[in-house]
Design a binder for this molecule. Sequence first.
Ligand code: ADP
Length: 486
Amino acid sequence: MKILFAASEATPFAKTGGLADVAGSLPPAIAALGHDVRVVMPRYRMVDVERFKLKHVATFYVPLGSWKERCDVLEGRMGKNVTAYFVNKDIYFDRPGLYGTPRGDYRDNAERFTFFSRSVPELCRVLGFVPDIVHCNDWQTGLVPLYLKTAYKKGTAAAPRAGTVFTIHNLGYQGLFWHWDMRLTGLGWEFFTPEGIEFWGRISFLKAGIRYADIITTVSEAYSREVRTPEYGEGMEDLLRKRSADFYGIVNGIDYREWDPARDPGIARKFSASRPSGKAACKAALQKRTGLPLSGDPLLGMVTRLVDQKGIDILLEALPELMALGVQLVILGAGDEKYHRLLSDAAAKYPDRMHALLQYDDTRARAIYAGCDLFLMPSRYEPCGLGQMIALRYGAAPLVRRTGGLADTVKDYHERTGRGTGFVFDEYSASALGACVERAVAVYHDRKKWTRLMQNGMKQDLSWEHSAKEYVKIYRKAMKKVGSIQ
Ligand code: ADP
């Protein structure tokens, strides 16, 4: 099969969150099954042309509104088996951020990602690449399935028979724009209806993906059920329910080469399930690095975008209780200004117990996964979550709320049987979080039990192998459905 994977970020090129991890590891996993997989993403400022040896391969013009914009395409490699294309357009993508700054989104995101989405079928045409499947991801590529059904209808241009798959990585980001941006998209006003891509008076790029893709997926089974309810559906629950027959949940994996404590050069001492002793050195290094006392107290870690979804509010509320339990806490995060402020105030209040690093830093993230005993994800909702899976691999027991992918990937520890890989709580509240940490701390102090728990987690299979095969099955389904969505 020939597959074009369109995403707005992918490791190792550019990353703000989990989507980049998926877009950087799922395509190689599918290619390893013998398919021709290519990735397309924007060439942001942070994508270093020299470091990644990118070469110019095409120039064409993309229709946008009533005019056309020049677009250059650069080509590079993602691992050994995947070709990566970069849509190069400085006025849109040569900026410090991907989608905005800590103050908010870039104001021309509709234009930037309409341009990107529209360049996808154009790029296929110019490069003579005729994919069987175009796999789109999140709102930034939501218009692609619609373009393939309209401007690039069956038989009229490139990708004539391409089936489309649209994966929702996070329903909380919908790509909502004012109605006049319809003119930019080049789509007729007939699509600006509640049955089309209108969402309460605005255009929703996410809705375009959900409405017009042949198959829709999301990144865990639990989240695929949750988003069909008003509590988690963000207003899309009815449409998702309507499309239930074509809607699947496939849990993400993690890239085992990228996240491996036995080979990670960024951590203080390497370790593995069979040789776990290096973990203690990593903990000491993290304590030293963050100025926390070198004690045997349980060290809690968190690596996260600082946004409402992630449960920072209940964590802050539970802090006095947690500190009284005698734990240490290291948080690495970047995002909303209000959380930067609240977290640095909290860290100043508990200087010998808490440390907040308010930035995005891959090396520090690794030091935390490797050095902490417990990894916190008290999320309000979590489509899949990668942090808990990386933590499992690095011998840190995840402590999570039972939602979305957290519910699917972390098994609550059971004292009597010794089964389980972490600690799970249900209610979204500071008291439920506090009680769960208390339970975990009690287990932590029983070293025999703790070692078993750690080993359970480190041995869990979190690789892409199984899920990549599931995606291939989905692609076959999508190919059969080409032309059936009107
Ligand atoms: P989301 O996609 O909602 O951000 P995930 O748990 O799916 O959440 O993925 C988060 C990814 O981003 C993980 O690989 C995590 O290590 C990384 N990450 C998040 N915040 C930071 C940060 N401040 N510094 C370094 N890595 C981060």
